[in-house]
Design a protein around this ligand. Structure first.
Ligand code: DGY
Length: 454
């Protein structure tokens, strides 16, 4: 009897969340693109928009495609798609267009680094699920050459020696800004010439939920470094004080390459034969490169510090994105599942950092909180590798986070409290696209697990 009442309460809560998620996407829509959260992030962010397009797919397919088309307006001539596109001039965010001093060559101000290439994954989904197939094929065909140019940039400009691992020179590019993964590497960034700057993020969110000052100094010094060296990629490859091979970017790129092959074959395998062959060739080299991210000592995939060639120490949620790349190492997969099992006993999956580590901070950005977008990708990877039970646990825990913490930017894994920006676009999008359709299926598991967080 209790279960029936609970399920009813649960249903009402979830219905409200769907209404709220739609309202948030409408409220954050700036006409063709969506800001992640007004005030805190007032422009278009790259991987945010890729997830947001999936949310719009539930509401209006044409608006979903438009989100990506607007993002690609910021693409540089060399193929790079920036992590921020500044569609307007505005100094309410730091570093804004004036501090980056970069543009795409056609008059649009942008940042000068990229983001995990999720867009290819989204395009496959939008195309596969489209109600109007003709319309979707036209849209996908328009985006395909741009996506291909972006992947080419990753494989050629960011991996100029063809090692199978792409390089990254700024934590912001990984999306996991202040991850513990970078903690021992950021002190190498020289701060001697750092020009004064004012943080704006802490005007919107409590400082203990954001990166600390020493991290921010390094973030800003790197922006200055890029600008002072004319955004010269060849120079950064040799000289960047921060140079890593990241788990997030490399695993997502491997998956997105496969999804782009699917898109090209679906559209016209003959027309895109050369691109398909090249994507397959890149993917083959990536599979070799990704082997180097396995740290046998820690029993996990971890980023490589390219200055020393060593793995970073500690385990972050990036390791579980390996399931997306389907590397087919059963022993390693089982080890990853064991880690997830043990983290599941401590709190909500998937904390961004090892909850058993002394440096774990459950409220601080990428030092511990749960992020809906990472969980979604891990869920997809687990399912595709046949770990349905663990995938289900990830979905249930994400549902608990959103139900208790609303559509927040991120969540405390120990309490499910919503943290960071409220009414967040990508969380709303993934509620609509991923979790809302699963609610009946997960209701029993949800009821059993949620008690741990009451
Ligand atoms: C921020 O401002 O915190 C963003 O994550 C940088 O892209």
């Amino acid at each position: 009897m209790k279960a029936v009442c609970y399920a009813d309460k649960l249903f009402r809560k979830m219905t409200n969340l769907s209404t709220l998620a739609r309202e948030v996407l409408q409220k954050n829509d700036r006409g063709g693109y969506t800001v992640p959260r007004p005030g805190l992030y007032p422009f278009q962010w790259n991987w945010d928009s890729s997830f947001v397009s999936l949310g719009f797919a539930v509401i209006d397919e044409s608006r979903a495609w438009e989100e990506l088309e607007t993002l690609f307006k910021g693409q540089w001539a060399n193929g790079m798609v920036p992590h921020i596109v500044f569609h307007k001039d505005d100094d309410s965010y730091s570093p804004g267009p004036g501090q980056w001093g970069a543009h795409n060559g056609s008059g649009l101000n942008t940042s000068a680094i990229s983001n995990p290439p999720v867009a290819g994954i989204s395009v496959k989904r939008l195309l596969k699920d489209a109600e109007d197939q003709d319309f979707a094929r036209r849209k996908a065909a328009g985006l395909f050459p741009k996506l291909y140019a972006w992947h080419k940039w990753f494989h050629e400009v960011r991996d100029p020696e063809g090692t199978g691992l792409v390089m990254t020179y700024h934590p912001w590019e990984t999306g996991r800004d202040n991850s513990h993964d970078w903690k021992s590497l950021l002190p190498r960034v020289p701060l001697d010439n750092l020009r004064p700057y004012k943080r704006k993020d802490t005007e919107h969110v409590d400082a203990d939920q954001r990166p600390d000052k020493s991290e921010y100094d390094a973030f800003m010094a790197l922006v200055q470094f890029f600008r002072d060296h004319g955004f010269d990629e060849a120079y950064f490859y040799e000289n960047s004080p921060f140079k890593i091979a990241d788990t997030t970017i490399n695993f997502i790129l491997a998956k997105a390459d496969l999804d782009l092959i699917w898109v090209a074959e679906h559209l016209d395998a003959d027309k895109y034969a050369a691109e398909i062959a090249q994507l397959k060739a890149w993917h083959k080299v990536s599979l070799k490169g990704l082997e180097r991210l396995w740290d046998a000592e820690q029993g996990a995939y971890t980023p490589l510090d390219m200055k020393t060639g060593k793995h970073v120490k500690g385990i972050s949620s990036g390791t579980f994105l390996s399931f997306l790349a389907d590397l087919d190492h059963k022993d390693r997969e089982h080890r990853q599942i064991e880690i997830l099992e043990s983290w599941h006993e401590k709190g909500l999956l998937v904390p961004s950092y090892d909850p058993e580590h002394a440096d774990f901070e459950p409220q601080r950005y990428w030092m511990g909180p749960v992020w809906t977008v990472v969980n979604y990708l891990i869920y997809e990877g687990l399912n595709s590798c046949g770990y349905d039970e663990m995938a289900r646990k990830v979905a249930v825990d994400t549902m608990i986070a959103l139900k208790k913490g609303s559509v927040s930017e991120y969540f405390n894994p120990l309490t499910a409290e919503g943290l960071g920006g409220k009414d967040f676009s990508w969380t709303s999008a993934l509620w609509l696209y991923w979790l809302a359709p699963l609610q009946d299926n997960l209701a029993a598991d949800y009821s059993a697990r949620v008690q741990m967080f009451e």
